[in-house]
Design a protein around this ligand. Sequence first.
Ligand code: C2O
Ligand code: CU
Length: 440
Amino acid sequence: DGPEVSGHGHLAAGAGGAKVPSVSVADLTGPRTGVPDKRFTLTATDARMKLSSSAEVDAVVFNGQLPGPELRVREGDLVEVTLVNRTRDVPTTLHWHGVDVPNAEDGVAGVTQDAVAPGKSHTYRWVAGQTGTYWYHSHQQSSVQVRRGLFGPLVIEKADPGPANLKEFTLAAHVWDTDKGEISSLNSYDTLRRETVPAGTPVRIRLVNSDNFLKTFTLAGVPFKVTALDGNDVNAPTELSKVKLPLGGGGRYDLEFVMPAGPVRFADLAAPDAGLLITPDGKGELAPLLEAPDFDPTRYGSPRPTPFGPGSDFDRSFQLILDNKPGFFDGTPYYLWTVNGSVFPHIPMLMVREGELVKVTVVNRSFLEHPLHLHGHRVLVLSRNGKPVTGSPVWLDTVTVVDGETYELAFKADNPGVWMDHCHNLEHAAMGMTIHLAYE
Ligand code: C2O
Ligand code: CU
C-alpha cells in the first residue's frame, strides 16, 4: 500500500519502507480549526436569468445572482466558504482564482478534490494572505460552467480600505449564451448602465475578465491610474489618459480616478452598449475612445519583492511552447491546443521541489492569444519578447501571451501540492492546453 497519513498528519514511510518526503498534511490544507472571520455560503442552482436588455440565459448561478455575490474579506481573515450544490445535475467546485491557497482548498475537480455532486456540500477554509481583486469560479467542466454563470468576484481588502467616500464598482466582463444569441455584458448589464457619482469623489473600478479571450477596454473622460494588476499593487502608478486596456481571460485590473465635473464612460470596445456611464449629475453621454495605444502591464511593477537575492540562480527551467494542431474533440474535427506538441493528459508534469527557484519560458506559436494561468503561485515577469523587465517587479497570475510572443516567468516553489496550470481561454484548456505542476 502507499504512503499513510499518521496521527500527526505527516506522510510516513511508503511501500517497502521507502523514504517519502515529510510533507505535512497541514501544509496542504487551510486551517481546519478556529472560528472564521468571514463565513459565506454559496448555493448553486439552475436558473433562467434575465440580462438588463431582457435577453434570457439558461444559467447556473450562485445564490440566485448573475454573476455570483461579491465576497469581500479583509487581509489576514480566516475565510470559510461552504459550497452547497442544489443543481439538478451539475457537479461542481469552487476555485479561488489568483489566491495562493493551500493545495487542498484549490477546488480543482479531479486533482485536489472530487466535484461536489448535486445534493452535497463542501467547505473551503483558507487565510486571506494577499490583498486585491480576485474571483471565484467552478473548476469542473469550467469551459461550460463558468460560461453559464458559476463565478463571482472576490475582493481581499487591505487593513486600510481607503477613503470613506470611495465609490467602488466591481465589473465582470462576460459573454452569455442567451435566447437572442451571444451577448457581451459587464455583470448582467448588457445595456448602458448609468450611475451618478458626485464630482470630486474617488472612484475605483475592479475589472475581471471572467470570459474567454482578450478584451480591450477604454475609460474615457478622465485621467486614471491602473493601481493593481491581477490583485498586485502597482508601484507609484502614473496617470494615464489615452490608452486602451487589453485584458486576457481570467485577468484583472484595478482602475482609480477622481470623479470629474463631466461624464466618464467605461466600456469593452467590442460591446460599447454594455458599458458604464458615470455622471456627476445624471446627464451626458460620451462615445468610447477608439484610437489609442495599448497599456503594457509589464511596464508597471509592484512593491512586492522578488524571491531572488544577489547572484541567485534558477534550480529548474522549463519551456512551454503553446501551439495548435488539427485533431478531434467529441468526434468532431477541431483545433487542439498543445503544449510542447502534446495535449492534456499527455503533457509531462512539471516537477519541482519545495524552495526551488523556477523559470518558465512561454512561447506562443499559435494564431491566438493564450492567457496562461498558474494555480497556487503568482509569477514574476522576467522578460517580454526578449525585453527584460527592469525596475519594480511585475507579478501576475494570468499572463496573456499573444501569438508570436515569448515571456520568461519565474516563481518560488513555496506552496506544495499538485497544481493545475492552463490557458484561461477555458475551451483551449478543455481541448488540450492544460498541464500540472507537482512537488517531488
Ligand atoms: Cu481561473 Cu484553473 O482557473
Ligand atoms: Cu489558449
